[in-house]
Write a protein that binds this ligand. Sequence first.
Ligand code: NI
Length: 138
Amino acid sequence: MSKVVRFGISLPKGLSEKFDRLIKEVGYPNRSEAIRELIRKEFVSREWAKGDNVAGSITLVYDHSGREFLKRLTEVQHHHHHTIISTQHIHLDHHNCLEIVIIKGKPREAESLLSELRSIKGLKHVSLAMATTGKKIP
Ligand code: NI
């Protein structure tokens, strides 16, 4: 663990009160933890914006009964085999499936995969959670 640095922060009263309400709503244990997470979140979004190596996950929800749909989903995932490092498939009920696709690579590769997935007809949900490889985040 790296050495800890302490510093004071001045905020307008209204912003400070709003921040404290946010801390309660989100469930951060204290202001320091909230600020640490917000700073890290900003660095992660900068890694994505700058085109660094990143990691993340794409969540998909779909009805598995469409044969053309499954064929296309498999084709897209094979096309991006270098970006996809793992997938997990959960059968939600008799018809619906949830799939989590774990990705690692350049943001443009992740975005290209995401847009190909979005273009498949029959998808009920697709979302990207941008994360980090952690290498540049202290
Ligand atoms: Ni399933």
